[in-house]
Design a protein around this ligand. Structure first.
Ligand SMILES: Nc1ncnc2c1ncn2[C@@H]1O[C@H](COP(=O)(O)OP(=O)(O)OP(=O)(O)O)[C@@H](O)[C@H]1O
Ligand SMILES: [Mg+2]
Length: 321
């Protein structure tokens, strides 16, 4: 897959595929969760991964952190093939650099431990600090960095914080571990609407001011546009369209991208206009889904850094809305 954006590539994914085998006997099933997924993550930039439920977004993140191994293809982290990471220590070292932030921050925090403990522990185990005195100073810095009041927050337990505050703690912890790449899997979708933007703004500052690299998994096109320089649209384990976020959202080329975007009201289009094209498109939704399931073998360049999966020409014409 061609990527025209300059910058240092931290992660390069090429033709990554993953099939899950579940059940036994007659219930045996094969799920092709990912089929030939390719993309690059560049330092200090974000790529949004957007697609409906079950399209394979979280699987991408799980393979990048080696929670599962990919079946075929290649993932390079700073040029190193992650399949070569074999020993426990090598895995620990790798995972320091690439951290996940989940939808539910409560699930990843231990209710029995204070916030101080959550952040000090990785600092001490990874020897980023020498002792508790140093840890205390660094924990305070990290809490301030995620805009929490250090003195009052450090002694608290997770249940004493709001959802947004807990998500800030998990961000501070990812930074404490020494992450350069953060895989954020719907990091704001469980938070109150009123504080989602604040948390997203924090992630944006980490990217723009401190050079953190993000894979931003979301259902929300508006936040993808706000946060991520690049976007990849996934359907049934494949990337059907990718490139500069504004270009893909403003000029979607693949019928599936058009379908996905048609489900989202555009503030610049009048309601009558939106429902007209929306209704027309939704009537074709099943046909589009079926056609989009076909393997993408090549990508066409629309313009600059904007590519879309090639489809059968006749179908392309049919869905040319
Ligand atoms: N451990 C697993 N075992 C079997 N099947 C799995 C496993 N993990 C994921 N899958 C399947 O792989 C496909 C992709 O799942 P994935 O969780 O990556 O989707 P997603 O895009 O993150 O969806 P959502 O938006 O709902 O989080 C789904 O069909 C899912 O059921
Ligand atoms: Mg998911």
């Amino acid at each position: 897959m061609i990527n025209l954006n300059s910058g240092d590539t931290i992660i390069s994914v090429k033709d990554m595929a993953k099939t899950f085998h579940t059940g036994k006997g007659v219930k045996k099933k094969e799920v092709k969760a990912l089929r030939n997924v390719s993309f690059d993550l560049k330092k200090g930039r974000a790529m949004a991964l957007v697609g409906e439920s079950g399209s394979g977004k979280s699987t991408v993140a799980r393979l990048l952190t080696k929670m599962h191994d990919h079946c075929s293809g290649e993932v390079l982290f700073k040029g190193q093939d992650i399949s070569d990471i074999k020993t426990r220590q090598a895995l620990v070292d790798y995972r320091k650099q690439i951290q996940m932030i989940f939808q539910d921050p409560y699930g990843s925090l231990n209710p029995a431990h204070t916030i101080y403990h959550h952040i000090a522990r990785p600092l001490l185990t990874h020897k980023h600090v020498k002792n508790h005195a140093e840890a205390k100073i660094r924990v305070n810095e990290l809490l301030e960095m995620v805009e929490l009041d250090a003195e009052s927050t450090a002694p608290k337990f997770p249940h004493q914080l709001s959802g947004g505050q807990r998500q800030r703690v998990s961000i501070a912890r990812a930074v404490a571990v020494g992450a350069e790449v953060i895989l954020a899997d719907e990091p704001t979708s469980m938070l109150d609407v009123s504080i989602r933007l604040d948390v997203l703004d924090l992630l944006k500052r980490l990217k723009d001011e401190q050079g953190f690299t993000f894979l931003y998994i979301t259902h929300d096109i508006a936040t993808a546009r706000y946060f991520a320089e690049e976007i990849a649209i996934m359907y049934q384990g494949q990337i059907v369209e990718y490139g500069d976020t504004g270009s893909v959202i403003d000029n979607p080329q693949h019928p599936y991208t058009k379908l996905l975007l048609s489900a989202i009201p555009d503030p610049y289009v009048s309601f009558e206009e939106a429902t007209e094209t929306g209704a027309e498109l939704l009537a074709k939704a099943n046909q589009i889904r079926e056609a989009s399931f076909e393997p993408v073998s090549t990508y066409h360049q629309f313009k600059g850094n904007h590519f879309y999966g090639a489809m059968d020409k006749d179908l392309g014409d049919l869905f040319n809305l």
